[in-house]
Design a protein around this ligand. Sequence first.
Ligand code: MTE
Length: 301
Amino acid sequence: MIIRRPPDLPTAEITDEALYHDRRRWLAATAAAVAGLAVPRSAAALGQGQDDKPTPYDVVTTYNNYYEFGTDKSDPAQNAGGLKVKPWTVSVEGDVKKPGRYDLDDLLKGLPTVERVYRMRCVEAWSMVIPWNGVLLRDLLKKLEPGTNAKFVEFTTLADARQMPGLRYDVLAWPYVEGLRIDEAAHPLTMLATGIYGKPILNQNGAPIRLVVPWKYGFKGGKSIVKIRFMETMPKTAWNLAAPNEYGFYANVNPNVSHPRWSQKTERRLGEFFRRPTLMFNGYADQVGSLYSNLDLRTNY
Ligand code: MTE
């Protein structure tokens, strides 16, 4: 990522969202919503001091990476307001039984909605805890029926120069593209989010639909998706194309592999003073570790 200064936020800017600041209510809501998925037992058992209180709504929605709207953390909240997100069309292409150009409402029709509170860890070594609403990507896969040669899924996001001032700068080879292996896409933690804190997702966070993969660095979570393509070969992703030695395809959170320009051992949870140790797979190792048992995670970063 383009880093101009260490990410920081004055503590005074950080205020709490009333409902979610109430720890007891939050714990109850979390337990009911995710049945233990969001807070793996191993982290607690290891005594890592994981206190996954959701990050205040006003921080989640004002400290963003969405380079199509500018590279400063405050740019997306300032510049994305005018993005037209309805109607919204998503093309489904490649090796899939039900390809087509879907209106977003039709694409998601009939899929169960979920709420999940996930830790999110940016490659820039800051993190947040976000209560997401949306659908599980696996449920959409079941509906679309990928073919047997679909080993990967590619997500292409909107690139509209009339609406996105950041496209004037060739920071990345637009459009922003991300991808997953099909088993990562089908994992029960992987979501397509349409809401945050029970409200429709704001444009700066990726309205009307964005990917959420909590065990990977945040850049996997492509915002404002317009195309989903099923492929036999590994997709060429925007960050990997821009800096292959810095951003690999897998992008699993791994404190043992430093970014070439900084360590990944610790992170700053926005709203907290002390840094915390970064956990393997962002603390979701129990759930996702088996996906990578045959992979050297030092070379496949
Ligand atoms: N998606 C698009 N289209 N453009 C982007 O610049 N930035 C990524 C990801 N998705 C980005 C994107 C990065 S680097 C991060 S850390 C997350 O969005 C940030 O998501 P958030 O701002 O909702 O926390």
